[in-house]
Design a binder for this molecule. Structure first.
Ligand code: BEZ
Length: 211
C-alpha cells in the first residue's frame, strides 16, 4: 500500500556520497526531507541539486536535514557532483543516496511504472522529528521543483506544531494565519493575545504568532 501522511517513514540503510546512511539514526531528532531524482547527469536534476545546495542554510535554520536520492551508484554521484558544482556554482553540502537496487525507491513508492519502469519520479517526503511523514509532493521528471515552496510547506508544518495555526492559500512567512477549528474561542483567547478577525465563526484570521 502506498505511503500516506501520518505513516512512519520507512527506515533503511543505503550507501551515499558521505558513506552508508542509516536513515532514522541519520535524521536524529530533527526534521528531514527525502527527495528523489530520476537519474544522474540529467539537466533538470542538476539544477535542482544546485538549488538545494544554495538553500541549505535555510533548511539548517529549520533543523531540517536534506537527502537526495538517485538510482545511480556512488561513483556516478561523485562524478555528477563535479558537474553540479561547476554548472550551478555551488559546493554540494548534503548527501546523495545511491539506490541502484531501487531498495529505497521501492520502499517509498518513488517509481511510477506508467511514467517510467525503472527511474523515479520527483518525490518529496517531509518527515517530522517523530519520523512521521507529514507531507508529500510528486512531480514528473520534466518539471523541476520549486524549493521555495518546499521551505514554505516546512514552515507551515512547524507553525502548526508550535502554535496551533493553519496556513491559508498562498500564505508566506509573516502573513496572517488561520486558527485551527478544533480550538474554541475561549482557548484561542489565551493562545492568541494579538486577537483575531472572525470572517465566519469557522474562519478566524490571526497575525502569525511567532512574528
Ligand atoms: C532531467 O532531470 O532533466 C530529466 C530527467 C529525466 C527525464 C527528463 C528530464
Amino acid at each position: 500500500m502506498a505511503l500516506q501522511i501520518g505513516d512512519i517513514a520507512p527506515d533503511f540503510t543505503q550507501d551515499s556520497t558521505v558513506g552508508p546512511i542509516h536513515f532514522h539514526e541519520w535524521l536524529g531528532d530533527g526534521w528531514g526531507i527525502l527527495f528523489s531524482h530520476p537519474k544522474d547527469f540529467t539537466p533538470v536534476c542538476t539544477t535542482e541539486l544546485g538549488a538545494v545546495a544554495r538553500l541549505k542554510p535555510e533548511f539548517d535554520k529549520r533543523h531540517c536535514k536534506v537527502l537526495a536520492l538517485s538510482v545511480d551508484d556512488v561513483p556516478s554521484h561523485r562524478s555528477w557532483t563535479g558537474d553540479i558544482e561547476d554548472t550551478q556554482k555551488v559546493t554540494m553540502n548534503f548527501p546523495i543516496l545511491a539506490d541502484p537496487d531501487r531498495k529505497v525507491a521501492s520502499l517509498y513508492g518513488m517509481i511510477h511504472p506508467k511514467a517510467n519502469d525503472t527511474l523515479t519520479v520527483r518525490s518529496v517526503f517531509f518527515i517530522d522529528p517523530k519520523k512521521k511523514i507529514r507531507a508529500m509532493l510528486t512531480y514528473p521528471a520534466s518539471t523541476g521543483r520549486n524549493f521555495a515552496e518546499i521551505l514554505r510547506v516546512l514552515d507551515s508544518l512547524q507553525l502548526t506544531d508550535h502554535h496551533q495555526v493553519a496556513t491559508p492559500a498562498d500564505w508566506t512567512d509573516g502573513k496572517d494565519c488561520v486558527i485551527v477549528p478544533s480550538l474554541s474561542d475561549d482557548d484561542a483567547k489565551a493562545k492568541f493575545p494579538k486577537g483575531w478577525k472572525a470572517l465566519r465563526p469557522y474562519l478566524r484570521m490571526t497575525p502569525q504568532p511567532n512574528r
